[in-house]
Design a protein around this ligand. Structure first.
Ligand code: CU
Length: 112
């Protein structure tokens, strides 16, 4: 019974895009938006960010503060690994021309 409950809880976490394991996160792109507009991570802890392009055209995943600039072709999934050292709020966005104006920005929040 407890096991079944745990499975349901884990599935719910996956569906809402929360971390499915410590340090692992998913950000999906769909219809010119990031499904996860806000992502929380911990300072000094390695982050494995799974970026999923669900659209049928190219996007990119960019965080200037961490020199992350990763283009994604249609339906591509990329894994980006980095370690944010300092707490703070960092903007992530899609570097494809016009996509920021269309709303493709989000916030990476690094907590102490
Ligand atoms: Cu885009």
């Amino acid at each position: 019974m407890m096991r079944a409950l745990w499975c349901v809880a884990a599935l719910a976490l996956l569906l809402t895009g929360c971390s499915d394991s410590p340090g692992a996160l998913t950000v999906a792109m769909k219809d010119m938006h990031f499904r996860q507009g806000e992502v929380h991570v911990r300072a000094g802890q390695q982050v494995t960010l799974r970026v999923v392009n669900e659209d049928g055209y190219a996007h990119a995943f960019d965080i200037d503060a961490f020199a992350i600039h990763r283009p994604l072709v249609a339906h591509e999934t990329a894994e980006i690994i980095f370690t944010p050292e300092a707490a703070g709020q960092y903007t992530f966005y899609c570097g494809s021309p016009g996509h920021v104006a269309a709303g493709m920005t989000g916030l990476l929040i690094v907590e102490e």
